[in-house]
Design a protein. Structure first.
Length: 600
C-alpha cells in the first residue's frame, strides 16, 4: 500500500456547519452598521484535547481582528463581532489544539482524583511551559495560550449597509408634477415633517419624441403630451443628463443637498433602456437589439408594448463597453450626491452585470443603496438580492387576505439573511383591485400593514388622496396615469395625518425597525390579522366593507404579566388586556397599534 504523499499529516481538527453563510459562501450575508454578527460552528477533534476557537474578522480595508468563540455544548462554539462601517467584511472560524490547556485539564482531573505521583506529568508540563521544573500549583496557574494544529475554515463575507438599507419610509413623486427640482426642494421640509426618509424620483432625464406615448398610453402623443420618463434620451442628452423642463443640474444638486440637510435621501431611477432618440443609438448602434432585417426592436412584455423604448443588447460584441458606460453613468450621479437608486426591471439584465456594477460603485461609495424593482420569480428576486441589491420590491401588493399575508411574511423571514423587502403599498404601475374597490378603508388597512410589518415601506403620491380609479375594469393601471401626463400635486391628502403618526411610531419603536421581531397571533377570524412586534400588539381589519369582531389571543410565552394596560398609539386610548383571549372590534379597514404599558 503506498504511503500518504503529504509531507505533514493532515489536520485532525474538524470545523463544520459554519454559520452564517449563503450558498456555501458564494454570496455574502447582509447586515447593517451597528449589528452584531453572531457566528457559530461545530468544532471537534479526535481524542480529549482542549480546543481553542475564535473568529478572525476584518473590516473593509482594515486589519484582521479576533473574537473568542465559547463552547455551547455538543461541539458547538459561538461568538460574535460588531460591524461598524459599510462594505464587505471578511471572517473565518479558526481553531487550534491548546496543548497547555489539555495538559492542565488532565492534571486537574488527576489531582481531583487524589492521584499523588505526578512527576511525569510535571516534567511534561515544564517542557510545554519552557521551564526546568514546575509545581502542580505553578502548572495549573499558568495562563499561557498554546496554538498547535492551527486550522481555519474557508473565508466568508458579510455585506454591511447603512441603516437606511434596513429601515426607512419612502415617498415616490414625479418631479414634473411638483414644479421640477425647485418645486420638490420647496416640498422637502413637509415630507421631512411627515417622517419620510427617502424621496424617490422616476427618471429625470430627457424624454424621447419618436413614438412618444400620449395620455393613457395612447400610441400617438399630442403636441403638449410630455411622454413617459422611462423613454430615456433625446437631443438634450441621455442617462447622464436632466430634462430641461425639470431644471438644471445645479438645481438638481441643490435639491439633493437640501434633502440631506433635512435627513431625506433623494433616490433616482436607474432604467437601462433608451428612447429612439437616445444619443447612444447614433454613437453606439452595436449596443442595441436588432432584428434580422436590421430594424431595431422595441421593448415588449406581452401584452404590454413599449414602442417608445429600445432595449440594450447585453450580448453585444462590445458588452464591456456597455457595462463601462453604465458604470460611468452611475458614478456620475454618485458624484452629484445621489446614494440611493431604484433600479427598473433589473431581472431583464444580466445578474453578473449587477454583481459587478454594485460592487464597483460601493467600492468607492460604500453607503450606496440599490433597490430592485423585480416583480418576478422567487429564484431571480433572491439571486438579485444575493448579487448586491440592498432592497427589493415584493409581492406584498397582491397579498391581501390573512392566509396570503401569513405565507408572504413567512417567506420574507426565510430570506432575511440576504433579502430585504420594501413593502410599497402602491406604485405608479400597480393599483390593486383591493384599493380600487375598498375606498379609504382599504388604503388605511394597507398603510398600517406595510408600515408595521416591514422596516421599509413606501407609497406613491396619490395614495394619501385614496386615488383608486383604474384605466378599465380588470386593469391595474391608473386612469389618467401620471406616467403620461403632468398633474398638479400637493401634500394635501386626507391620509397624511395617519402617515405622519405611523412614521412617528416607527421611529420611536425599535421593534418596528426589524422584520424578525414579528410574531403572529390567533384571532379566531379570517378578517382580523394580529401580530406582535416587541411590546406592540397590532390588529388590522382586512375587510374594507364591514366591521369585524374577534378574539386576539396572547400566549403566555410572550412573557407579559397576566393582566396589563395597552395604549393605542393611533388614538391615545387605553384598554385593559390580559394573557389569553381579548375581544377586538374594528370598523372597516381600521387598526389598533397598541403598546403594553408597565406599572399602569
Amino acid at each position: 500500500m503506498p504511503a500518504p504523499r503529504a509531507s505533514e499529516p493532515p489536520p485532525r481538527i474538524q470545523i463544520q456547519n459554519v454559520w452564517p453563510q449563503l450558498d456555501c459562501g458564494r454570496f455574502p450575508v447582509k447586515r447593517t452598521t451597528g449589528d452584531r454578527v453572531d457566528v457559530w460552528a461545530d468544532v471537534f477533534r479526535d481524542g480529549h484535547e482542549v480546543l481553542g476557537v475564535a473568529i478572525r474578522y476584518k473590516a473593509p480595508g482594515g486589519r484582521w481582528q479576533e473574537a473568542s468563540m465559547l463552547p455551547m455544548g455538543n461541539d458547538r462554539y459561538a461568538g460574535s463581532f460588531e460591524v461598524d462601517r459599510c462594505g464587505r467584511w471578511s471572517f473565518r472560524v479558526t481553531a487550534w489544539h491548546d496543548r497547555i490547556a489539555s495538559w492542565q485539564d488532565e492534571v486537574r482531573r488527576k489531582v481531583e482524583a487524589d492521584q499523588e505521583d505526578l512527576a511525569s506529568e510535571l516534567s511534561e508540563g515544564a517542557l510545554l511551559l519552557g521551564r526546568d521544573s514546575i509545581t502542580v500549583e505553578e502548572g495549573l496557574g499558568a495562563a499561557v495560550e498554546d496554538r498547535h494544529e492551527l486550522t481555519e475554515a474557508p473565508q466568508l463575507e458579510v455585506d454591511v449597509d447603512r441603516e437606511l438599507a434596513r429601515f426607512g419610509s419612502w415617498y415616490e413623486l414625479f418631479p414634473r408634477s411638483w414644479g421640477g427640482f425647485a418645486g420638490v426642494e420647496k416640498t422637502l421640509p413637509e415630507l421631512a415633517e411627515l417622517g419620510f426618509d427617502v424621496v424617490y424620483l422616476p427618471p429625470v432625464h430627457p424624454i424621447g419624441r419618436t413614438n412618444r406615448k400620449g395620455k393613457n398610453n395612447a400610441l400617438e402623443a399630442g403636441p403638449e403630451d410630455p411622454g413617459s420618463p422611462w423613454a430615456i434620451g433625446a437631443g438634450e442628452g441621455g442617462h447622464d443628463a436632466v430634462h430641461p423642463d425639470l431644471g438644471t443640474i445645479e438645481e438638481f444638486e441643490r435639491m439633493v443637498a437640501r434633502g440631506k440637510e433635512l435627513g431625506i435621501e433623494i433616490a433616482i431611477d436607474l432604467a437601462l433602456q433608451a428612447s429612439p432618440d437616445h444619443p447612444w443609438l447614433t454613437e453606439h448602434p452595436e449596443w442595441f437589439q436588432h432584428r434580422p432585417d436590421g430594424t431595431l426592436k422595441y421593448a415588449e412584455n406581452p401584452p404590454k408594448k413599449y414602442q417608445d423604448i429600445h432595449n440594450f443588447d447585453w450580448d453585444s460584441k462590445d458588452w464591456k463597453g456597455l457595462w463601462e458606460a453604465f458604470h460611468d453613468v452611475v458614478m456620475g450621479w454618485c458624484d452629484r450626491g445621489v446614494r440611493v437608486y431604484r433600479v427598473d426591471n433589473p431581472h431583464t439584465k444580466p445578474v453578473p452585470f449587477w454583481e459587478w456594477l454594485i460592487k464597483e460603485i460601493r467600492a468607492r461609495y460604500p453607503e450606496t443603496i440599490f433597490l430592485s424593482e423585480a416583480f418576478t420569480r422567487p429564484a431571480m428576486m433572491t439571486t438579485l438580492a444575493k448579487a448586491g441589491f440592498a432592497q427589493s420590491y415584493t409581492y406584498f401588493t397582491w397579498k391581501n387576505t390573512k392566509s396570503e399575508l401569513l405565507e408572504f411574511v413567512a417567506q420574507q423571514l426565510e430570506w432575511r439573511e440576504f433579502y430585504r423587502g420594501n413593502l410599497f403599498a402602491n406604485t405608479q404601475d400597480i393599483l390593486h383591485a383591493y384599493l380600487q374597490q375598498g375606498g379609504r378603508a382599504a388604503f388605511e388597512a394597507r398603510l398600517v400593514l406595510a408600515s408595521t410589518i416591514s422596516p421599509s415601506y413606501g407609497i406613491y403620491s396619490g395614495f394619501e388622496n385614496c386615488e383608486n380609479v383604474p384605466l378599465r375594469e380588470g386593469s391595474e393601471e391608473y386612469l389618467d396615469s401620471e406616467k403620461y401626463e403632468v398633474k398638479q400635486r400637493a401634500l394635501d391628502g386626507e391620509l397624511l395625518p395617519l402617515v405622519k403618526r405611523l412614521n412617528e411610531i416607527r421611529r420611536a419603536e425599535p421593534a418596528l425597525q426589524r422584520l424578525e421581531t414579528i410574531r403572529f397571533l390567533e384571532t379566531e377570524s379570517e378578517h382580523l390579522i394580529a401580530y406582535t412586534k416587541g411590546e406592540l400588539v397590532i390588529v388590522v381589519n382586512l375587510d374594507q366593507f364591514r366591521p369585524q369582531e374577534g378574539l386576539c389571543v396572547l400566549p403566555v410565552q410572550l412573557g407579559l404579566p397576566p393582566a396589563f394596560t395597552v395604549e393605542d398609539l393611533l388614538t391615545g386610548k387605553r384598554h385593559p388586556w390580559r394573557i389569553g383571549r381579548n375581544y377586538v372590534g374594528l370598523l372597516p379597514g381600521r387598526a389598533h397599534v397598541m403598546k403594553v404599558l408597565h406599572g399602569v
